[in-house]
Design a protein around this ligand. Structure first.
Ligand code: ATP
Ligand code: MG
Ligand code: FE
Length: 345
């Protein structure tokens, strides 16, 4: 089954062709990052306009790189929630038009669920499993760390996700972006911070770690304030020491709490998802701590951690396998918690 995926929830216009939820035939990502960089963050109205301009060229490139025609596409999957409403509407309108013209089903996909499914592009579950790293199957604990989310989930099955805890203030990616901005490292902050941290001493500054014992919640606003103070000090530490110490504090908290949740629930699989899971240090420390705890760790390849349509097409495939179809009159929504899928608040 060949699925054409569409992603326009934020500042990446992306289209992908994926076969059977795992064979990536193409994944074209047109990023508007540079245009938003001069504003220090994503400007929603600008994002919508750029999606309109980029959409058709990106669609054509995705088809041609995959070497398929529209006639060979079995279904269309598109992000319809959560995200910037105007930006989402560009993608969902195009998907509906395609569905009507091609007389093919259109599957509306939850963006955060798709971030989770990015793991299945490289480690699909048994019995389909042929991947080197084995299947990232349920039950599992998943840490979603992106620009808008820091959520810890208990994944019990397809569409059955229990939210264990989330951030009380900034998302992890937001913390990277805001602190990088404070440090004059530019936007997006995550990759810039990681580069700045190279060669820095992660123990140079003992930044606070909000462990919030007894909860699965997170908080990064205190850390942000500490970085601000560190930047104002008289004997200013080097930027690379601040970056390395900041990164270490974030990674320490994320990995400790994720491993603790997995142990508490007795699951054997841990999944990372979202843009911050591209972070090399997070992957390293998670791997060390999961190994020590006897947990199998999964994370997507770097290119599939940030927003992309391949993960949307993959999720769409699993929606269809599980009978989650939709009529063409589905809504486009700015927000919807993932756990709402299984009836939780
Ligand atoms: P959401 O998925 O919550 O709607 P989003 O789609 O904007 O938000 P993603 O595209 O998943 O978020 O991730 C973008 C975030 O990931 C940004 O905050 C960015 O700084 C962060 N990020 C990307 N690469 C890295 C990295 N190497 N280290 C740390 N953070 C990173
Ligand atoms: Mg983005
Ligand atoms: Fe995202």
């Amino acid at each position: 089954m060949i699925i054409f995926g569409i992603e326009t929830s934020c500042d990446e216009t992306s289209a992908a062709v994926v076969e059977d939820g795992r064979r990536l035939l193409s994944n074209v990502v047109a990023s508007q990052m540079e245009e938003h960089a001069r504003f220090g963050g994503v400007v929603p109205e600008l994002a919508s306009r750029r999606h309109v301009e980029a959409l058709l060229p990106v669609f054509r490139q995705a088809l041609s790189e995959a070497g398929v025609t529209w006639a060979e596409i079995d279904a269309i999957a598109v992000t319809n929630r959560p995200g910037l409403l105007g930006a989402l509407l560009v993608g969902t309108s195009a998907a509906k038009a395609l569905g009507m013209a091609l007389k093919k089903p259109v599957v509306p996909v939850h963006h955060i669920e798709a971030h989770l499914y990015a793991n299945w592009l490289v480690a699909p579950p048994a019995p389909m499993d042929g991947g080197e790293r084995g299947g990232a199957d349920y039950p599992a604990v998943a840490l979603v760390v992106s620009g808008g989310h820091t959520d810890l989930f208990h994944l019990r099955g397809h569409g059955d996700y229990v939210l264990l805890g989330r951030t009380r203030d900034d998302a992890a990616g937001e913390a990277f972006d805001k602190c990088a901005r404070l440090m004059g490292l530019g936007y997006p902050g995550g990759p810039a911070m990681q580069r700045a941290a190279e060669g820095g001493n992660p123990k140079a500054i003992a930044f606070p770690r909000a462990l919030l014992p007894g909860t699965h919640e997170f908080s990064f606003s205190g850390l942000k304030t500490s970085v601000r103070y560190a930047m104002q000090g008289e004997n200013l530490p080097s930027l690379s020491d601040i970056a390395a110490s900041f990164q270490e504090a974030v990674v320490d908290v994320l990995s400790k709490k994720t491993v603790a949740a997995a142990k508490e629930l007795g699951v054997e699989h841990v999944l990372l998802a979202g843009g911050v899971s591209a972070n090399t240090r997070l992957r390293e420390v998670m791997q060390e701590r999961c190994d020590k705890a006897g947990l199998a760790l999964f994370y997507p390849p770097v290119a599939l951690c940030t927003d992309n349509a391949a993960m949307i097409a993959c999720a769409g495939y699993w929606y269809l396998q599980n009978g989650r179809t939709s009529s063409l009159d589905f809504e486009t929504r700015a927000s919807e918690p993932l756990a709402a899928l299984s009836g939780q608040p």
